[in-house]
Design a protein around this ligand. Structure first.
Ligand code: 0WD
Length: 257
């Protein structure tokens, strides 16, 4: 049985009710996990209110601002966890960013700053959050991040985010190797295209979704709930032998030529 009762899970990357992280948080909660939620703060505090209202039914025991480009916020997030929870069991890294201009056109036009920002937020942040989580995962743990096929193959317009996802997937392997001796497992879910705030910035995303609906073995795209179910599985003892892997939740699209 998939049971996360008694496990403490930190979920990052919820922006709204379409976010993949929202699908994951719901499934972790359903399986019995105790949740901590972080959100990306904005100046007017709108995101805080919006995300707080959304996640209220899941009764998170921690709700914290955490911009992964802000060292102080990362530190306070993990200090709050250390203070409130006996230990951390699960870390969900479900965030990414690239400038919209860099998600279409020529990859050779990517600016140095755009490249740096995309890699920093979308890939380096996994190393940073995992490093902060490691000392709190005293009974082992599970770290799950989200990636996309565009990190392995050239997908039109995915551009700099594809480079970031390649770095992210390799980070998963190095982290798994480092943390395995502490029984911390690190895996990625490679999700098929789903309409969200982040994916709407990728040029031609709707065409990509329609293409997947025609070509994928299941003849459809996947839902946030399906990704959430896989994340819950990876975080559970049922997946105790799985680490360093990229698991495709994409209706089978990846196998098609
Ligand atoms: O088709 C898709 N939607 C797929 C998404 C297919 C395969 C993978 N993914 C990945 C994304 O690349 C990302 O890693 O899933 C993850 C979650 O993305 P999402 O659910 O598609 O998008 P969204 O709901 O927009 O959540 C991403 C969130 C941000 O949202 P906005 O739209 O406000 O940028 O990432 C967070 C933020 O909440 N985020 C940050 N969090 C902390 N610090 C930061 C930051 N600096 N920047 C963005």
């Amino acid at each position: 049985m998939l049971d996360l009762t008694g496990k403490n899970a930190l979920v990052t990357g919820i922006a709204n009710n379409r976010s993949i992280a929202w699908g994951i948080a719901q499934q972790l909660h359903k399986a019995g996990a105790n949740l901590g939620i972080t959100y990306l703060p904005d100046e007017r505090g709108r995101m805080e209110t919006k995300v707080a209202d959304l996640v209220a039914p899941l009764n998170p025991s921690l709700f914290l601002p955490c911009d992964v480009q802000n060292e102080a916020q990362i530190q306070s997030t993990f200090e709050a966890i250390a203070e409130k929870w006996e230990r951390l069991d699960i870390l969900i890294h479900c965030l990414a960013f690239a400038n919209k201009d860099d998600l279409s056109g020529d990859i050779s036009s990517t600016s140095r700053s755009g490249y740096g920002k995309a890699l920093d937020i979308s890939a380096y942040s996994l190393l940073q959050l995992s490093g902060a989580a490691k000392p709190l995962m005293t009974a082992g743990g599970s770290i799950v991040t989200l990636t996309y096929l565009g990190g392995v193959r050239v997908i039109p317009n995915y551009n700099v985010m594809g480079i970031a996802k390649a770095a992210l997937e390799m980070s998963v392997r190095y982290l798994a190797s480092e943390m395995g001796s502490q029984n911390i497992r690190v895996n990625a879910i490679s999700a098929g295209p789903i309409r969200t705030l982040a994916s709407s910035a990728v040029g031609g995303i709707l065409d990509m979704i329609h293409h997947v609906e025609q070509v994928a073995p299941l003849r459809r795209t996947v839902t946030q709930t399906e990704v959430g179910n896989t994340a819950a599985f990876l975080c559970s003892d049922l997946a105790s032998g799985i680490t360093g892997q990229v698991i495709y939740v994409d209706a089978g699209y990846e196998i098609m030529g």
